[in-house]
Design a protein around this ligand. Structure first.
Ligand code: IPE
Ligand code: IPE
Ligand code: MG
Length: 261
């Protein structure tokens, strides 16, 4: 992805002591970064605020993260915003989140235009409230021609339901004679996942310290490097992002082979 050097340096001025742009090898950026944005509720509760205020504050982190990804030349950024299990939350919180997704997307569309970002959604959008669905559809249509970074928002996403859906789609193709069972290989399955067309994430970041996947991208994360930070999502910023990339660049990725020297 094209990087603008002057913009990049200005964006990362005034670095904190422990991390700076110079610590990063710009020639070895992960092509796809994925983030489990967790800890909004705890951030709010620690301040005596309602959980919803944490979600609102989380939008600022997400905006900064999109911009940081574009500045660094990351090809794809995906983020987990709402899981298939999150419907279990109080209706008030679910309603607030659905409303926030719609209003935020409308507000941020100019940023996607300005930065040439193409939107993609991961998850079952059909069961979202109509307003949210309509805005998502508008976002997809308006950014379809953009050629810069892909930004994939996982909403009503669950990995098990994604894989089950892919199996169902394949079964239907076999049943109706478009595919034979012996043709079903990894690429056939991948092409039926919501992430079809995206490379697997190279780096997964999870905020707020939890050491679990919470039903996120179980197939796609097979060989992904993990970076877990105790920072809560509303506190995540460009510097923590650089720390994650520095950690990623320090890893020895073997993919089941032997150590390269
Ligand atoms: C992540 O923050 C946002 C969503 C899951 C929608 P949480 O709401 O899970 O925040 P915590 O984990 O309760 O602090
Ligand atoms: C994972 O966070 C889902 C999202 C960030 C959207 P949760 O807060 O729902 O995960 P658990 O419940 O801690 O596993
Ligand atoms: Mg959580």
């Amino acid at each position: 992805m094209q990087r603008d050097d002057a913009l990049l340096r200005a964006y990362f001025e005034h670095a904190p002591e422990d991390i700076a742009l110079e610590d990063i090898d710009l020639g070895r950026m992960p092509c796809h970064v994925s983030i489990i944005m967790d800890g909004n509720g705890r951030w709010a509760q620690a301040r005596g605020l309602d959980r919803s205020q944490g979600h609102v504050a989380g939008v600022d982190s997400l905006r900064e993260t999109v911009t940081t990804s574009v500045r660094l030349g990351v090809d794809a950024l995906s983020v987990y915003a709402f899981s298939t299990e999150n419907w279990k939350r109080p209706k008030r919180e679910v309603d607030l989140l659905m409303h926030l997704f719609a209003t935020t997307l409308v507000k941020e569309l100019p940023l996607f235009h300005q930065e040439n970002v193409r939107l993609k959604f991961l998850g079952d959008l059909e069961s979202l409230p109509k307003k949210t669905f309509d805005v998502f559809k508008q976002g997809l249509d308006e950014t379809a021609d953009h050629t810069g970074m892909t930004f994939a928002l996982a909403v009503n996403y669950g990995s098990r339901s994604e894989i089950t859906r892919a199996a169902r789609l394949i079964a239907k193709d076999v049943e109706e004679g478009r595919l034979s069972a012996s043709q079903v290989d990894e690429s056939v399955l991948e092409s039926r996942l919501y992430t079809a067309g995206l490379p697997d994430p190279e780096l997964l970041i999870r905020t707020s310290g939890e050491l679990r996947l919470s039903n996120y991208l179980l197939w796609q994360l097979a060989y992904t490097e993990f970076y877990v930070t105790d920072k809560l999502w509303p506190d995540f910023d460009r510097w923590e992002y650089l720390r994650a990339i520095r950690a990623f660049q320090g890893r020895n990725r073997r993919f089941g082979g032997v150590v390269s020297s």
